[in-house]
Design a protein around this ligand. Structure first.
Ligand code: BGC
Length: 739
């Protein structure tokens, strides 16, 4: 009976949604019939509210008048029930009463701040990542927000680029899984639920490959790289239902992404059949003029919309020039209508025509923003994000028995730095600092504190006091790193070593002979060679959010056994960048670091990374054994199961993220040495063992050939299973037959 009802419901669902679509279509058609060209253009115009206003937005009163007159379709940087209600009321006074869409960069939490996206990605935990996005959506949607400009799904392999902080790191497979999880988290079960916001897959496309890691810089890349490395996370976001896409500031092979019909028309709206709408990045339509792609703002408007950019964010190109462009025929009415239609569909799907205030409910805002489960989730994700880079002689976990712990460093008692960039509504006073976290977790241990130097650590005046504090202690916890404002947009750096005197501070403390545990905060991989060589333990905490101090303390005292793995390679120097585990063998690979003559190598540095993609230690040990393949060969239609045993051979409960890599040994286009093709998080008690398996099918063995056709080529594949990309524990071989 129950089964029959469920089956009936499942059969009815598509019919219901078709009926809903048809109803929406009829309403949109009726509405668009009444719209003037100016009103249509208005729907494509997005303005910024008072928060984070840009150069073009000085005259707020004019903006409000434009909203009142139906000349604006969406506002960004407006939040809170009171403000969104007030502004929505203005829009509803316009002739056709079309409601506004409110959008905001809710990147890693709204009021409850979660770890920065790169940090969360180190958890490799899709449920935790989706939950983080879900809670962000719940809070934002209770505060009047309909739409977030997240997730950023740009693959980024250059830590000089400050925006690596906003993404999922260097890997396409992991990045695609995370893109899916984030979109599903933000959008929930369905658009229009009042605990969901529309997601934006950004920045389309290839922004993460900005030349030399300099923000907004040009990108020149082969279509093969584009299709294989940079586009799949976008496709994954689309498949997960992403309602909108944002284009990007960069040129791609000479054409600005915003004016790029190949990207937006041929790929996104063409072969991918994307039905949502594309918003430009902030002013990116007008930036086509300085790029040298459009002669003036009018030309930029024409080029952007014809190339598929539907909404102009703070660019004023559409609002000032689109009407004329339609009149002169440079832009077809059909093109304008298509953009307007895409935007109106979303407004209908969100239910804004039924109730324009449904996301702006004061009682819900109050209840949701004070939900204590949100902080619990933030703590959970933060501890899962922390990566134990080094732990000599089992320095960690710390004991809570009587001992003296000196907590030192410019970031030890900071609250602001734990939040990271893109914080829109965080409650700073409630952020738990590392010092506070350690104090409240220390048990019988005694905690002392010295800041040593101020934020940035320019001067060393406080070092003597810090050294004296360390000398009186049994162990030192040193909190260093980048301050929050050194990563993010427009925060590219040529030097990614620890700022100021922080490594000197480490050396001064280490000279006391006390063990030094370094806790590092950052939004990107940093270079810290002295610490990497000499510290007793290193905990990489990224910017861990509101609950950061508790998360760090749980890891330090062993209440949480660290399980995070790096989602991006840590180089030894800027000179090695860009550096990815998925590199090519070349014709002259280095097989022996002591002999690099005429090899593809640097002669002044070890050629391996400092910490490889996938690296991360635990307080327990995992043993991999017994790799087996269900078959040594497969035809293209078959599947093969790879399995092995994973055992926890240490003394603590722990979680291992097992990683599956493969290499296509000979192919029509040379393949990387390793490509991640699977991962699982396995939790084991001491002494416990489990058989782990992965399914390998043709899709997993496929790549884009020189004709950009996706497929697998017959031949030999090396399969590798391990704890990190440079810590492969088991290997196998698989043959793909031609038929
Ligand atoms: C960024 C986007 C962001 C937008 C709106 C731009 O500068 O590149 O990622 O969503 O501003 O704040």
């Amino acid at each position: 009976m129950k089964k029959t009802t469920l089956a009936l419901a499942a059969a009815l669902l598509p019919l219901l949604s078709q009926a809903q679509d048809a109803r929406i279509e009829a309403k949109i058609a009726a509405l668009m019939k009444q719209m003037t060209v100016a009103e249509k253009v208005g729907q494509l115009h997005q303005l910024s509210g008072r928060q984070f206003t840009g150069p073009a937005s000085s005259d707020y009163a004019d903006k409000l008048a434009d909203i009142r007159n139906g000349k604006v379709g969406s506002m960004l940087n407006v939040k809170g029930v009171a403000d969104t209600r007030e502004i929505q009321a203005l829009a509803l006074k316009s002739r056709l009463h079309i409601p506004l869409l409110f959008s905001l960069d809710v990147i890693h939490g709204y009021q409850t701040v979660f770890p920065v996206p790169l940090g969360e990605s180190a958890s490799w935990d899709m449920d935790a990542i989706a939950l983080s996005a879900r809670i962000a959506a719940r809070e934002a949607a209770a505060s009047g927000i309909h739409w977030t400009f997240a997730p950023m799904v740009d693959i980024a392999r250059d830590p000089r680029w400050g925006r690596v902080m906003e993404g999922a790191g260097e890997d396409t497979f992991l990045g695609s899984a995370i893109a899916r999880a984030r979109v599903e988290g933000f959008q929930g079960k369905q658009l229009g639920a009042t605990d969901s916001v529309m997601a934006t897959a950004k920045h389309f496309a290839a922004y993460g490959a900005a030349t030399a890691g300099r923000d907004y810089n040009a990108v020149d890349m082969s279509n093969q790289q584009l299709f294989e490395v940079y586009l799949p996370p976008f496709k994954a976001a689309l498949d997960a239902g992403a309602a909108t896409f944002m284009n990007s500031f960069n040129t791609l092979n000479g054409i600005p992404a915003t004016g790029n019909a190949f990207l937006q028309r041929d790929i996104l709206k063409g072969s991918w059949n994307f039905k949502g709408f594309v918003v430009s990045d902030w002013g990116s339509v007008r930036e086509m003029v300085p790029h040298g792609y459009a002669s003036d703002l009018a030309d930029a408007a024409v080029k952007a919309i014809n190339a598929g950019s539907d909404m102009d964010m703070e660019g004023y190109a559409y609002s000032q020039h689109l009407e004329d462009a339609v009149k002169s025929g440079k832009v077809k009415m059909k093109t304008l209508d298509d953009a307007v239609h895409r935007i109106l569909v979303k407004k209908f799907e969100l239910g804004l025509f039924d109730d324009p205030y449904r996301y702006s409910d004061a009682a819900r805002e109050k209840a949701v923003l004070s939900d204590p489960s949100h902080r619990a989730a933030a703590l959970d994700v933060a501890q899962k994000s922390i990566v134990l880079l080094k732990n000599e002689r089992k320095t960690l976990p710390l004991s809570r028995e009587p001992q003296r712990i000196a907590v030192i460093g410019p970031l030890a008692d900071s609250q602001r730095d734990l939040e990271g960039g893109w914080v829109v509504q965080g409650e700073r006073a409630k952020v738990v600092s590392i010092l506070e976290g350690i104090r409240s977790h220390a048990g019988k241990a005694e905690v002392s504190y010295a800041q040593a130097c101020a934020s940035g650590c320019a001067g060393s005046e406080g070092f003597a006091d810090a050294v004296a504090t360390a000398a009186k202690a049994d162990i030192v916890v040193l909190a260093v790193g980048e301050t929050w404002d050194l990563s993010g947009e427009a925060k590219s750096r040529t030097d990614i070593t620890l700022p100021g005197q922080q490594e000197k501070l480490f050396s001064a403390l280490q000279a006391t002979g006390k063990p030094v545990v370094v806790v590092m905060l950052a939004g990107r991989p940093l270079v810290f060679n002295t610490i990497a060589d000499q510290a007793d333990a290193i905990v990489y905490a990224w910017f861990p959010g509101t609950e950061g101090g508790n998360a760090v303390a749980n890891v330090l005292f062993g209440d949480y056994n660290p399980s995070g793995k790096l989602p991006i390679t840590f180089p030894r120097s800027v000179g090695q960048i860009p550096l990815s585990y998925a590199q090519y063998n070349t014709g002259r690979p280095v097989t022996d670091e002591k002999n690099v003559v005429y090899k593809s190598a640097y002669i002044d540095s070890v050629n391996t990374p400092r910490y490889a993609f996938g690296h991360g230690l635990s307080y327990t040990d995992f043993k991999y054994s017994g790799l087996a393949l269900s078959s040594a060969a497969m035809s293209p239609d078959q599947k093969v199961t790879l399995s092995f045993d994973l055992a926890n051979t240490g003394k603590a409960e722990g979680t291992e993220i097992v990683q599956l890599y493969l290499r296509d040994m000979v192919s029509s286009v040379v393949r990387p040495l390793k490509e991640l093709k699977g991962f699982q998080k396995i939790h084991l008690k001491p002494g416990e063992q489990r058989r782990v398996s992965f399914t390998i099918d043709r899709n997993l063995l496929s790549f884009y050939n020189s004709q950009l056709a996706w497929g697998a080529e017959a031949g030999d594949f090396k399969l590798m299973v391990g704890s990190a990309s440079d810590d492969i524990r088991l290997e196998g071989e698989l043959k793909l037959q031609s038929k």
